[in-house]
Ligand binder design. Sequence first.
Ligand SMILES: *Cc1c(COP(=O)(O)O)cnc(C)c1O
Length: 401
Amino acid sequence: MREHTFGPELGFATRAVHVGNDVDRDSGAIKRPITMANSYELPYDPTDMNWSSAGGNLYTRNGGVNQRYLQERIAALEGGEDCVVLASGVAALSGLFFSLLEQGDHVVFSSVTYIAVYRLLNELFNGKFGVETTLVDTSDPANVEAALRPNTRLIHIETPGNPTLSVSDIRAIADIAHRHGALLSVDNTFASPYNQRPLELGADFSVESLTKYINGHGDAMGGAIVGKTEYLDRVRAQAQVNLGGIISPFNAWLIMRGSATLPLRMKAHNENALAIARWLEGQPGVRFVAYPGLESHPGHAVAKRQMVPGFGGVLAFGLTGDHDTHNRFVSHLNVITSAVSLGHDESLIVFLGENDERQYLFPEEFHEGFFRLSVGIEDVEDLIADLRQALIATGLAEPEN
Ligand SMILES: *Cc1c(COP(=O)(O)O)cnc(C)c1O
């Protein structure tokens, strides 16, 4: 049987379809099957095996074949040497932090991040493990530089950041990190590797929730860390084998299947989100719109440099009116679903009220409550019509005659 090889010279869309897939040697099927078995046959004399190894086929927590196929694909899309795929985006983030950090190390991280990062670095790692942590607004690289200490081991940024869409300059912060002997990890979930590849911009790790754009269909969870084998071997040994954050073979297979259409879906997400952001900006009941693709976004210039070809599918916006008006607006939406998560085929909206504990870290306009909208791949006219009729029904826009 012919071995297919897919190198880095191939385009992004070709890699998204082919890397990690091949003809199944057993059946000749042109899609690799799901291998659900927990265990693999042992050699004649197994007594000198390392039961904690993440190397060959032993036990699925030590590594499964569907996990491996998906790792090849994600590494190829992010342009990295190696990849570890785990059970969720949070398993990937906590796994990286757990494997990399020692007592007495210092971490600088973005003040706008996924909530679990805030919990991990602002409460758990410092409280339980004696890791020093400093939260700064990383949209200005000078804040990062000023926060560094001799023991700073890691800088962790999220760009665009969840939920305010703040943008941080990956290349500038990578330079700062490396001048001070620290490592840089970037949460790339909002952009996806179609729009942004942190490793090419100098980051040491790109971390992402595969639950979002990579799977893209809202029906499986996973997370990935892409970077050098030297570090990822530690993640495999510690976070995968010994903490047990392994992905299920079925989820790995689903994400593999979803990822083949990532470039097509991202193109639609980018176009739809930009059109909706521009439309929302012109509506009288809309207080503000935050989307890196808008000229009005404070991070637009940096985003234009590091997010190519587009700015992703997530935006945030605020409406006039009170708390109940905001809930009523969401209740009138028909095509757009009120639910957490993002990067699904369907559009999802979340009303984030006035009482978020991290509000003091967000820009002023976010303090009165705001919405995070993950724009899906539906027809954009239908999405705009849905938003318009909900604004009218809520009394925030005039009906058109
Ligand atoms: C959703 C999300 C995560 C967490 O991923 P899970 O797969 O839900 O664990 C991490 N970072 C960002 C930016 C996210 O949006």
